[in-house]
Design a protein around this ligand. Structure first.
Ligand code: M6R
Length: 610
């Protein structure tokens, strides 16, 4: 998500920056830009373009120029739509300070208002521009000190590169929860969001740590912590090739994205949980906040994996917010004449924000006078633009065709929405606090589950030759059974079905024999006893059972052939955890069977046709 490149050294050709930036394309972006110090003119020259890096390149080649140091950026929009004015690098008022930033400045609004009162004029809708003006306002005679002070005032996350025509002999770089490394060359340094951008120049790198602020010149770099304590990290040798580097060392994007989930959820929740009040703060819903109080029904529309997130949302909203909720596949909604009015909120859930069926259903709902809302990952996408209000996932770009981190971030946002609407409708502070606190613990719980990857891989090896598989769950975990089955189908091409456990005896149990594995999602929740009975029924027919249950539940091993554990959480949040083992299981079976897991046959990442 977003990419930074910065260069200082013997090379005066900004094309070096363009080439390095292209190595970061895989991270996902919607605009790109560059800021280059022109020593002859003694000023920073910048170019920015919407769309691919090739658009930026085109602009550059219309009037190529030389210069150094330079900073480059690919932006994946979070605050403000993808546009030239929102593309990085951003400037201060005098255009002497230029910043490229990855991450989110949570308190940017307060800082912006303060800076505007001081007379600073802003030109973009981004949170990042605040950094340029803040550094300007704090600048005395040292860029390094001004950056230090500015970062002491911001709340949020950053990978940051700062260039100033007042001190063109250096680049300042900083990191907090957004990766940045320094490539160490002979008489040159190149900073980047990840190793893929520096590999063509050097294999010697220094990984910046959270809180680091670096001063980088052609021949040296120094790193201090926020408190000016010197840090002397070792220079490490990269062992990756380029392709591996782009996947962060993971063999596939899907696995990388599965492992990114704790961070993705942290990003989805960042600044949105008001733990003290037991409330959720959703800035994107402010414009419709009052109208939402009068809504009598929520109708969620989505496709594929997003529709299963929607189904979990239905359970959440009905149980905790007390709002009648209905979920439809967008492709069905369009043709079944749903009954809507101005007191219905139609909520589109979509990672891409471009899915044709979801978009068409949304337009249909708007025609019928419903309020339209969105939960969308890609900022500025069509669904995001066409809804009355909405919430972004902030999960970062998802490249693997199989949705993983987008799904769990949709669940996290739906939980926030439940909290938001619930507290408007009489949910008690105690319950609100409980949900808020448990939600905040989810990323840590996810990290615990991911530690079981090697054990899950062994289970995958055991069942990789199965011809069919059944996934069963109840209540909140019924949609997870559907999602688990979809993951296995699309990644391994093994036939799988998801079922509500209670439906087993009405038909599917006829399939069970000793070759038929069932994945039973059975956390210790309000329907656990019922799930146990269903598992018994399968066991009685010699079916193989892989159980996903709560940590500490050792009794289930008497029934199940294999057990995967998830930490205890609130029942409504269990889907955020129980789906992780299912993603890993599908992934490993797919890989063991030689499938192209990142690009399964016949599938597209964004389905823009009906
Ligand atoms: O971009 P969207 O969330 O609207 O996409 C919806 C589905 O096409 C998508 O979730 C699809 O089912 C995935 N391949 C599932 O892994």
């Amino acid at each position: 998500m977003c990419g930074i490149v910065g260069y200082i050294g013997k090379n005066n050709d900004p094309r070096l920056g363009l080439e390095a930036l292209k190595r970061l394309e895989y991270r996902g972006y919607d605009s790109a830009g560059m800021a280059v110090y022109d020593a002859k003119k003694k000023r920073i020259v910048s170019l920015r373009a919407v769309g691919r890096i090739s658009e930026l390149e085109k602009k550059f080649y219309e009037h190529p120029f030389e210069g150094m140091p330079f900073i480059f950026h690919t932006r994946w929009a979070t605050h403000g739509e993808p546009s030239v004015k929102n593309a990085h690098p951003h400037f201060d008022c005098t255009k002497t300070i230029s910043v490229a930033h990855n991450g989110i400045i949570e308190n940017y609004q307060t800082l912006k208002e303060h800076l505007q009162k001081e007379g600073h004029v802003f030109h973009s809708d981004t949170d990042t521009e605040v950094l340029a003006h803040l550094i300007e306002s704090l600048y005395k005679n040292s860029l390094e000190k001004a950056v230090h002070k500015a970062l002491g005032m911001v709340r949020g996350t950053y990978g940051l590169a700062v260039l100033s025509s007042r001190e063109p002999d250096k680049i300042i770089a900083a990191r907090l929860s957004s990766p940045l490394l320094i490539g160490v060359g002979k008489g040159e340094h190149i900073i980047a969001s990840d190793a893929s951008a520096v590999l063509a120049h050097t294999k010697d790198v220094v990984y910046m740590q959270d809180g680091d602020i670096a001063v980088i010149t052609p021949d040296s770099f120094s790193i201090t912590t926020k408190n000016y304590e010197a840090r002397n990290p070792a220079v490490e040798q990269l062992e990756w090739n380029l392709e591996a580097a782009q996947k962060g060392g993971y063999p596939h994007f899907m696995l990388k994205e599965i492992f990114e989930q704790p961070d993705a959820i942290e990003n989805s929740l960042r600044g949105r949980i008001l733990a003290q009040d037991g409330k959720a703060k959703l800035g994107g819903l402010e414009v419709v906040k009052e109208k939402l109080r009068d809504i009598e029904k929520v109708h969620i529309i989505a496709c594929g994996t997003a529709s299963y997130a929607a189904s979990v949302g239905e359970y959440m909203l009905e149980e905790y917010a007390g709002i009648p909720t209905e979920v439809d596949f967008a492709s069905e909604f369009r043709y079944r004449k749903p009954l809507l009015n101005s007191r219905t909120a139609v909520l589109a859930v979509s990672q891409s924000g471009e899915t044709a069926d979801t978009l068409a259903a949304l337009r249909e709902a708007r025609e019928k006078g419903a309020m339209t809302l969105g939960i969308v990952n890609v900022v500025g996408s069509t669904i995001a633009r066409e809804t009355d209000a909405g919430v972004y996932n902030h999960a970062g770009p998802e490249i693997g065709v199989a949705s993983t981190k987008a799904f769990t971030s949709q669940l996290a946002v739906l939980a926030l929405l439940t909290l938001f609407l619930g507290r408007q409708r009489g949910m008690s502070v105690v319950i609100g606090k409980r949900i808020a606190n448990e939600l905040a613990l989810i990323p840590g719980h996810m990290r615990e589950i991911l530690k079981q990857d090697a054990a899950i891989k062994k289970i995958a090896a055991k069942y990789r030759n199965a011809q069919n598989a059944l996934y069963i769950g109840r209540k909140y975990n019924f949609p997870i059974a559907l999602e688990g089955a979809l993951k296995l189908k699309e990644i391994s091409y093994i036939h799988a079905e998801g079922y509500a456990s209670g439906e087993m005896k009405h038909g599917p149990i006829a399939l069970i024999d000793d070759k038929f594995p069932t994945i039973a999602i059975a956390p210790e929740d309000s329907v656990y006893e019922k799930m146990l009975s269903n598992i018994q029924e399968i066991k009685a027919r010699k079916g193989k059972i892989i159980a996903v249950t709560t940590m500490g539940n050792t009794k289930i091993s008497a029934l199940a052939d294999d057990v995967i554990y998830i930490p205890k959480t609130l029942e409504m949040l269990t889907p955020l955890l129980s789906v992780l083992p299912l993603q890993l299981l599908a992934y490993h079976i797919g890989v063991l069977n030689g499938r192209d897991v990142d690009k399964p046959r016949n599938l597209a990442k964004s389905v823009t046709v009906e």
